[in-house]
Design a protein around this ligand. Sequence first.
Ligand code: HEM
Length: 384
Amino acid sequence: MAAGMASVLACSFGAAVAQDKSASPAPAAMPGIQGQNIMDVKPEASQDPGYLNQSNAERDKVQPGNNAPMWRAVGAGSEGYTSYPKADAPEAGVLVQPFVQYPGSRLTTAGEAWRQVRNQWIIPYGAALLSIALLALAIFYWTKGTIELHGKETGRKIERFTPFERAAHWSNAIAFVALAVSGLIIAFGKYFLLPVMGGTLYGWLTYALKNVHNFVGPLFVVSLVIVFFTFVKDNFPGRGDLMWLLRGGGMFGGKEVPSHRFNAGEKILFWSGVFFLGLIVTASGLVLDMLIPGLLYERATMQVAHMVHAVATLLMMALFLGHIYMGTLGMRGAYSAMREGYVDETWAKEHHEYWYDDVKAGKIAAQRSGHPASENSAGRARAA
Ligand code: HEM
């Protein structure tokens, strides 16, 4: 029995096991099964100088059964036959993608190159970027604390965001948070959730979150476009922006530098985060969702879209962590402005003096929508 097993293994696994044959002689030929270590088939054929350049047919003549040339071609991306129409499945005949070198990978088959970029760059450096951003905000908060109002509130309110502006902002912010949380768990969850939850639960969680991500993505795109057009008019460079930047907003000592409705920091975030990264994130996301009509969706398309999407979203998350911090913990009264729509005149004067001046001069209406500040919301705004 043991001798029989040894000879079966010898048939399957080659030279190392075949040596065992000398210890226990193989039984006579086994009917029906023919197997042999490929290295034992005419080893002298490999001495031929043209050996490595042989086609599969040529190799078969000198070493019957040795299909290495065929598999080498498959590994290098050659196309085989498929009955799928090219228009529906352009790559169906290509089992392994050709060699490519993505930035940060070795020159290797594209799937492996993409894997190297993801696992050796995007995941570790993305985690480092977000950790550094969080740490920087924590240190900033511990050393500087919340930016408080210095003057006494007047009780007179200015409408900072209309209901439409707030609806646009919060739809976008809610979609962003859903995408950020689902995206982060899909990318990093296996390091911190999988060991605690186990494979079954984590598998279901990521499956559900992948669908959340895929469906919320297009909602984010639509709300981002609305946010862009809603706020763009007040985000063009203007009076005081350069001074604001040169003096870091006046954050480190001294009085806050006057600004219009949005300061230069907010404008930079708008153009770099909402516009530039927003464009890259949404375009690559729509490719990954396969929603761009007429595009040829090949593996390389998805690999490139994924790498672009991952890098841009990580940068966007790091940027918007700063925005979320300033909108909540960082500045007294900012969050209630976006929740209720109103700020006190003192807040406007201290944080956006040129805007306040224009409101006082009657150039900008203090009440733009048909929804004046209710007693209730004004009270809540004062408390926040
Ligand atoms: C939970 C997440 C968020 C919170 C708590 C938050 C909070 C705020 C607050 C308080 C303001 C008012 C600032 C002011 O009065 O000057 C604001 C403005 C704004 N937010 Fe957000 N936000 C969040 C997410 C987002 C996201 C994801 C985006 C876009 C991708 C965004 C885009 C904007 C824009 C465009 C403005 C107007 C200021 C400007 O144009 O520079 N916000 N946000």
